[in-house]
Design a protein around this ligand. Sequence first.
Ligand SMILES: [Cu+2]
Length: 129
Amino acid sequence: MTPPSMMRGTIGAAILVLLLAVCWATPTVHGQREWTVGDDKGWTFGVSGWENGKRIQSGDVLVFKYDPKMHNVVQVEEGDYNACTVTGPSKTYTSGNDHIKLSGGGKAFFICSVPGHCEQGMKIAVTAE
Ligand SMILES: [Cu+2]
């Protein structure tokens, strides 16, 4: 027979492990979620459309993974996104592992500004709910 006090300890530990597992599996519980752009392929040609149907929320973080010798990430305005140019206000990221937090909600537009890349689908338009 297991003494009742020891039983309680075991159940307590089991619940703690369960809670930790749940928290681990669902980061949304703690507010922000990280999205790796392009999933396994990362930020690359043809990534455009990856964002469709994703419930990205204000406060979430986009993670752009790529070879910094080949690509970059430039946050632009809608007109530049559509035209694949950088003429208006923009912000450039070049680390190859950029974490960009979507604060404030609304739309955000990202392209690769290396000539020709945006035209080959290195562009996403994200709507944070
Ligand atoms: Cu590129």
